[in-house]
Write a protein that binds this ligand. Structure first.
Ligand SMILES: Cc1cc2nc3c(=O)[nH]c(=O)nc-3n(C[C@H](O)[C@H](O)[C@H](O)COP(=O)(O)OP(=O)(O)OC[C@H]3O[C@@H](n4cnc5c(N)ncnc54)[C@H](O)[C@@H]3O)c2cc1C
Length: 288
């Protein structure tokens, strides 16, 4: 398939990229790894007047350790996240989740900024970023603004970015020491996208009572969400198999389950509870 004709721009700065996007008044998009945008253009699901390639802008691919965690550039590839010693130490769930995206070719091209902005309902990284309570620094308005992960994923393929805005940085709080983590997904056998994916972080006090639980669900509904009923149920309780099972059953609350060729709504509902149980079990085993 051949995309419709479009103009190509390769600005050297983020400011130029924003100005170029603005000139096209909603008819242009930025190009990151191209893993999602290019197929959409070829299938004529996206008919654009122009693409604005971010790859010629220096300094958009980085992983820095900060006082509170990590600052990650939007053009950082999934492979760079997966193989970073710093990410593995500071936020291991993010490295582990990145390693499960697609195949190695996709991970070598696909970027963290592209994955977030594209807001594919079956994408993996959004679940880990929700559980980590990441924030996104966004350029394009009069001044940079910050969007929290739980406000970013609005609907299928719809993020909270306004027309012409570009994710300039992803901030990831460090996982507190002793936190256990797990990302569990049932992967589509062809693409590896999540039919359902669950990210879980848990921590307990010295008596074994849960002090913190963060659980996020992707693939199940139109947008990835936090499983807040599961989180609330766990806090203050021991992470016993019985409590984990009861908490996991609550992960389906409020989700409008998708049905497609990969699974019915009922199947996704079942997977959500089952994979939450597995994720919480593995996370509790990995604490300390
Ligand atoms: C065969 C295949 C298998 C895949 N399997 C998986 C999988 O298992 N799990 C998974 O999570 N993903 C999977 N993906 C998607 C992959 O993770 C892509 O990396 C991701 O969807 C988009 O990233 P990208 O850098 O390629 O973005 P692009 O395709 O370049 O852009 C996607 C969208 O995001 C916008 N965008 C990009 N960067 C920014 C930015 N910084 N600010 C604002 N907007 C931006 C673009 O304008 C475009 O609208 C797969 C893709 C393919 C082709």
């Amino acid at each position: 398939m051949i995309p419709a004709a479009f103009e190509y721009h390769a600005p050297k700065t983020l400011r130029q990229a924003v100005a170029t996007l603005r000139r096209y008044d909603g008819e242009a998009r930025v190009l990151a790894g191209g893993m999602s945008l290019v197929p959409m253009m070829k299938l004529r699901l996206a008919n654009l007047a122009a693409v604005v390639d971010l790859s010629k802008i220096d300094g958009l691919a980085f992983i820095d350790e900060t006082a509170n965690g990590l600052a990650i550039g939007p053009m950082t590839t999934h492979y760079a996240v997966e193989s970073s010693d710093v990410v593995r130490r500071v936020a291991p769930i993010l490295a582990e989740t990145a390693a499960l995206v697609g195949d190695v070719q996709v991970r070598n091209r696909g970027t963290i900024g592209g994955s977030v902005a594209h807001a594919d309902p079956a994408a993996d990284l959004p679940a880990a970023l929700l559980a980590l309570e990441a924030t996104f620094i966004v350029a394009g308005g009069p001044r940079r603004r910050t969007i929290r992960a739980d406000k970013m994923f609005v609907d299928a393929y719809t993020s909270a970015l306004n027309e012409g805005e570009i994710i300039a940085e992803v901030r990831v709080p460090a996982m507190a020491s002793g936190t256990g983590w797990s990302y569990q997904k049932l992967a589509n056998r062809a693409s590896r996208f999540a039919v359902v994916g669950i990210a879980a972080l848990v921590a307990t006090d010295e008596a074994g009572a849960c002090t913190r639980a963060r659980v996020a669900v992707t693939g199940a509904g139109p947008a990835p969400v936090r499983a807040r009923a599961t989180e609330r149920y766990l806090v203050g309780k021991q992470l016993t198999p019985a409590n984990i099972a009861k908490a996991a059953a609550r992960a389906t609350n409020g989700i409008e389950f998708l049905g497609d060729v990969h699974g019915s709504p009922e199947y996704r509902e079942h997977l959500t509870a089952e994979l939450t149980k597995r994720a919480l079990t593995e996370a509790s085993e990995r604490m300390g």
